[in-house]
Design a protein around this ligand. Structure first.
Ligand code: TYD
Length: 209
């Protein structure tokens, strides 16, 4: 059977990593061919790129440099990991993918969205997820969760306006791509959220269970 590509997206503190893991654990019980990965940092070289991106620095870090690094990480990820796994029939779950770049570098950092979309296409060789779960929470709640859990990295240090643009960006992407992107209310309990995600997954992709 052909592989299946699932992505999780959301603002900081939405709980998407937890949910990606939950879906992975659930699917793993019924299907050994499941893989969990993430961006940035889904490959060995990608891990180094991730470190560059997230380490606070005194230097100016222009948005374009950010964009190119995220896309470089993505090319490595798609070519070394995602595509080979899909070709072997795996369900591949990625914690973040193209929508993060459009939301962060496009909507929040104001890089021309058409440029971002074009680079996303180029970097992925047009590989679009079969389904994307957007875990949506209000900005204040997301930031509160991060503050309580672990403090902020370089990107999370941005002001509240940045995070608001980000959330709006994600919601706009969801509106524009209703068939692919499913918006999930991240304010419910983690158990309720994962039950909902599993239900949606089962209804759309029964044949993978
Ligand atoms: P993530 O791994 O979700 O962070 P954490 O483990 O701290 O939750 O993502 C790392 C950061 O990179 C996050 O702030 C979002 C940002 N990002 C972009 O700005 N553009 C992108 O294309 C991607 C994939 C991530």
């Amino acid at each position: 059977m052909k592989g299946l590509f699932v992505t999780f997206e959301g603002i900081e503190g939405a709980g998407k990593s937890t949910q990606a893991k939950e879906l992975y654990n659930y699917l793993k019980e019924q299907n050994p061919k499941v893989a969990l990965t993430r961006e940035p940092g889904g490959t060995d070289t990608g891990k180094k790129i991730r470190e560059i991106l997230l380490t606070p620095t005194e230097e100016v870090f222009p948005s374009l440099a950010e964009l190119f690094l995220y896309e470089a990480d993505r090319v490595l990820h798609v070519e070394n990991k995602i595509k080979p796994l899909l070709e072997k029939g795996y369900i591949v779950i990625s914690d973040r993918y193209i929508d993060s770049t459009l939301a962060y570098q496009g909507y929040a950092r104001n890089i021309d969205k058409e440029v971002v979309k074009y680079l996303n296409k180029l970097a992925t060789d047009n590989l679009t997820p079969d389904i994307t779960f957007l875990i949506d929470i209000p900005v204040e709640e997301g930031l509160k969760r991060i503050r309580e859990e672990r403090g902020f990295d370089r990107i999370e240090q941005e002001d509240i306006d940045f995070h608001k643009k980000l959330r709006e960006g994600f919601l706009k992407i969801a509106q524009e791509e209703k068939n692919r992107v499913v918006v999930i209310d991240g304010l419910n309990s983690p158990q309720e959220i994962s039950a909902k995600i599993i239900k949606i997954f089962e209804s759309r992709f029964k044949e993978y269970l």
